[in-house]
Write a protein that binds this ligand. Sequence first.
Ligand code: ZN
Length: 117
Amino acid sequence: MAKKKYSNKINKIRSFALALIFIGFVVMYGAIFFRESQLLVLIFITLGLLCIIGSTVVYGWIGLLSTRAVQVVCPNCGKHTKVLGRVDMCMYCNEPLTLDPNLEGKEFDEAYNHPKK
Ligand SMILES: [Zn+2]
């Protein structure tokens, strides 16, 4: 079963927030190369700050999601992990987990989180 494609949603969002911080700093650092133009420096620093602010917002969002996520004990590795939505992966071993008994035993598919209308 090719399950390594998916990862825990909270972890995924967290790495996204971390990436945003890095991008923000890199963009702000880029302003050094445009010291001759005050306008460009201003644009780069603003963009960098926006990325960092965005990251802070995403981190706040993770906090919110975490309170809504269901804490379960992973049957595979025995650690406490958080499940978001109907199906999610274990944060530690990427074991597919489901809160819906109807989906138990079925092959993992992220599409279960987006029910068709
Ligand atoms: Zn696990």
